[in-house]
Design a protein around this ligand. Structure first.
Ligand SMILES: *[C@@H]1O[C@H](CO)[C@@H](O)[C@H](O)[C@H]1NC(C)=O
Ligand SMILES: *[C@@H]1O[C@H](CO)[C@@H](O)[C@H](O)[C@H]1NC(C)=O
Ligand SMILES: *[C@@H]1O[C@H](CO)[C@@H](O)[C@H](O)[C@H]1NC(C)=O
Ligand SMILES: *[C@@H]1O[C@H](CO)[C@@H](O)[C@H](O)[C@H]1NC(C)=O
Ligand SMILES: *[C@@H]1O[C@H](CO)[C@@H](O)[C@H](O)[C@H]1NC(C)=O
Length: 363
């Protein structure tokens, strides 16, 4: 048996043992930062107007809108369950106990601060003051109520998840009319910002950290609609827009190097790099293998029509905009975010591999 197989078997055994013993959680708490792929309800507390607060959002799992941008659970929800913890409450919720975790993620959040967007004249109503450093500030302000004087010891036993930052930064730049070269030129700064945030956490005693890469935006229905091209050679063989995927590849390569650097600087911490890019590309390439309907892989399940089922004047959550009858056969829920089914496969791949390196279970 190869070493890889043996390692996998050992992971599986420890996983099954844990699942059956149903005892103490693997980590005492989960603290999460991010944007809409991670937000478990902060957007609902900050802005009652969001479409995400209306059905059919939440129709599959919670059976009501919770502020999550999906028909059901996000990756963080599944990870919390695997760890043996309750769902992680949004950090802005009042009267919550955050000693088993807090989720600082907010839909629309950027890695770069609001000032960057203002200085470059690309601030729009979606660019809020909820960037990564703002979320870290919220976290640091909340520390006394979580662990008070024993935070180093407490955090050493917690799982920290630095979610998918960067996609919103690049999206707002493109929406603001910036060229792809401009967007590309900001990638080192965005990655440096994420790396600094990781260091800020690691210096506070964090020992188990997951850092997440961005998605293949060229295969995202909203991108395919907004940035459609009449030139066939702008599309790859899967029907995705090449340049937006290149942005993802470059960002993820730099972020992966940054993670390797962090492992050298913090040798006692365990740092995982987790992926959306690889799984989503694989879903698009081999939909049937994952239970998705072939031919729908670039279409939103919930939307107001058009070739990608994305209609900018009739978005999911607005009156009269339908969802597909069986969301579990779609990758994309609303044109930007994934279905409960897609998030489920990704969560499994972060937990046991192959979509996180090392898998969270091995941390
Ligand atoms: C954003 O919020 C932070 C604190 O949460 C504050 O220090 C900062 O001034 C705010 N920035 C802007 C541009 O409003
Ligand atoms: C934090 O610890 C200090 C000193 O031990 C104590 O006085 C204070 O009440 C504690 N605060 C909380 C929120 O537990
Ligand atoms: C982005 O910049 C990198 C580094 O200069 C380069 O290798 C890559 O081709 C660029 N990507 C795009 C889409 O321009
Ligand atoms: C289409 O794109 C290719 C590659 O980007 C470029 O070489 C070609 O000139 C473009 N064609 C038109 C008609 O713009
Ligand atoms: C988009 O939605 C608007 C408003 O509901 C509707 O009038 C229009 O026909 C839709 N466009 C497509 C392509 O379905």
């Amino acid at each position: 048996m190869s070493a890889i197989h043996l390692q996998y078997l050992l992971l599986l055994v420890s996983f099954l043992h844990h699942a059956s013993s149903n005892s103490v959680p693997i980590f005492n708490a989960i603290y999460s930062f991010g944007a809409s792929y991670e937000d478990t309800g902060n957007v609902a507390i900050l802005s009652q107007a969001s479409n995400q607060l209306k059905l059919p959002y939440g129709e599959t799992f919670f059976r009501r809108p919770t502020g999550r941008a999906s028909d059901g659970r996000l990756v963080i929800d599944r990870i919390a369950t695997y760890v043996g913890l309750p769902f992680i409450p949004p950090s802005l919720a009042h009267g919550q106990d955050f000693r088993k975790g807090a989720n600082f993620a907010v839909s629309g959040a950027t890695a770069l601060n609001l000032a960057f967007f203002q200085q470059n004249n690309i601030a729009n109503q979606n660019v809020q003051n909820t960037s990564l450093s703002v979320q870290l500030e919220w976290f640091e302000n909340q520390k006394p109520s979580i662990c008070n004087t024993t935070c180093m010891q407490f955090f050493a036993k917690s799982l920290f998840m630095l979610g998918k930052f960067g996609d919103n930064d690049y999206f707002y730049m493109s929406l603001g009319g910036k060229t792809i070269n401009f967007v590309n030129s900001t990638i080192p700064l965005v990655v440096k910002t994420i790396r600094s945030a990781a260091k800020r956490l690691l210096r506070q005693g964090v020992m188990h950290l997951v850092v997440t890469g961005i998605r293949p935006n060229g295969c995202v229905p909203v991108y395919l609609t907004l940035f459609a091209s009449t030139n066939r050679s702008d599309y790859d063989s899967l029907g995705c827009l090449k340049v937006y995927n290149k942005i993802g590849i470059y960002h993820n390569a730099l972020l992966c190097s940054a993670v390797k650097q962090l492992r050298l600087e913090f040798p006692h911490a365990k740092i995982s790099f987790s992926e959306y890019y690889e799984p989503i590309i694989d879903f698009v390439r081999n939909p049937n293998k994952y239970g998705f309907t072939s031919g729908t892989q670039l279409r939103a399940c919930c939307g107001g029509g058009g070739p990608y089922n994305v209609n900018l004047t009739a978005g999911c959550g607005q009156t009269g905009v339908p969802a597909c009858p069986n969301p579990s056969t779609s990758i994309s829920w609303d044109g930007l975010h994934l279905t409960d089914a897609a998030y489920n496969i990704i969560a499994d791949g972060w937990w046991k591999g192959p979509y996180a390196n090392p898998p969270i279970l091995a941390l």
